[in-house]
Design a protein around this ligand. Structure first.
Ligand code: ZN
Length: 304
């Protein structure tokens, strides 16, 4: 078997890989998305990465799996990533199929890909129903229920960043209000901390600096994290009630803050998730790291 060509399309970078049928990543390459430079420039980045992988694979692969930032439309094969403005209803699946003719091409959301990868190969192995989510510059996710990834009508099921946790909260970039992403994403926590008197010691006021400040006991930074984790707990309790989950797996930059995130999150969840079937819902760090998107995109091609 020649292997599976996997693509992971994000607003900052695009990754491509060659993945074994057993899920191991044989080769990977990453390039900046160049999102501000227009529709065809971004496509040229994808085309270059496809060329790299095909060359590495000896000119032939068995299938192509694409994970993309959303929103996407699986039925139409199009993607409209929020952070790639030149791609609105972009026919990514057909473009990739034309570049790699004669093999099946599957498209899925990046959240579903991450959840699928963690379920098959990572922290979610052996579970039946799990939410895989990423907390970084945004909050994303995907669901595997009863062992099967859930796509929904358009492929966007599990978009948990836009679960409303505060009906009167701030405007979200989705156009709604009070979504968990407006409180718990890295930039949201940083914005709140800055507005409440946090003065970073480093020139860059980002989530990493905020995490360091919280570790050092800065009260505003600690409150920002507590506020973010409360919002995540409200969302997880809600999604858990809807989906009757075994496990929640959290990856992404903010999740790398470890106990700073998971400590208060477990406490907040214990307080809010009180139904019998929710008590003891496990919330754990992701097992796979940044390659989960590629591995999950490849796994898409193995689904029936
Ligand atoms: Zn939203």
């Amino acid at each position: 078997m020649a292997g599976i060509l996997a693509l992971d399309v994000g607003g900052t970078k695009i990754a491509a890989g060659l993945v074994d049928p057993d899920g191991s990543l044989i080769y990977t390459a990453t390039l900046p998305t160049r999102a501000a430079e227009g529709t065809e420039v971004v496509w040229a980045v994808v085309a270059e990465l496809i060329g790299n992988v095909l060359q590495r694979a000896g000119g032939r692969v068995d299938a192509v799996g694409i994970g993309s930032a959303g929103p996407i439309d699986v039925a139409a094969g199009t993607v409209s990533p929020v952070n790639i403005e030149g791609w609105r209803g972009f026919a990514l699946r057909d473009r990739v199929a034309a570049a790699v003719p004669g093999v099946p091409v599957r498209l899925g959301g990046d959240g579903v890909c991450m959840a699928l990868a963690e379920h098959r190969y990572g922290a979610g192995r052996g579970t039946r129903s799990m939410l895989g989510m990423v907390v970084s510059t945004g909050v994303g996710g995907g669901l595997v229920l009863d062992g099967t990834p859930v796509l929904g009508r358009t492929g966007n099921a599990g978009h948990v960043g836009h679960v409303v946790v505060d009906p009167d909260g701030d405007r979200c970039r989705c156009g709604g209000r009070g979504c968990v992403e407006t409180i718990a994403s890295g930039p949201s926590m940083v914005r709140w901390a800055l507005a409440h008197g946090w003065s970073p010691e480093t020139p860059l006021a980002d989530a990493k600096a905020l995490g360091a400040a919280a570790e050092a006991g800065d009260p505003v930074a600690l409150r920002a994290f507590r506020r973010g984790t409360d919002a995540l707990a409200v969302m997880i309790a809600s999604v858990g009630a809807v989906c009757d989950l075994d496990l929640v797996v959290i990856g992404g930059g903010v999740a790398k803050s470890g106990a700073l995130l998971f400590g208060p999150l477990h406490e907040a969840l214990a307080e809010r998730a009180r139904l019998d079937f929710l008590v003891g819902l496990q919330v754990v760090p992701a097992g796979l790291g940044g390659d989960a998107g590629l591995v999950g995109a490849a796994a898409l091609t193995m689904l029936r």
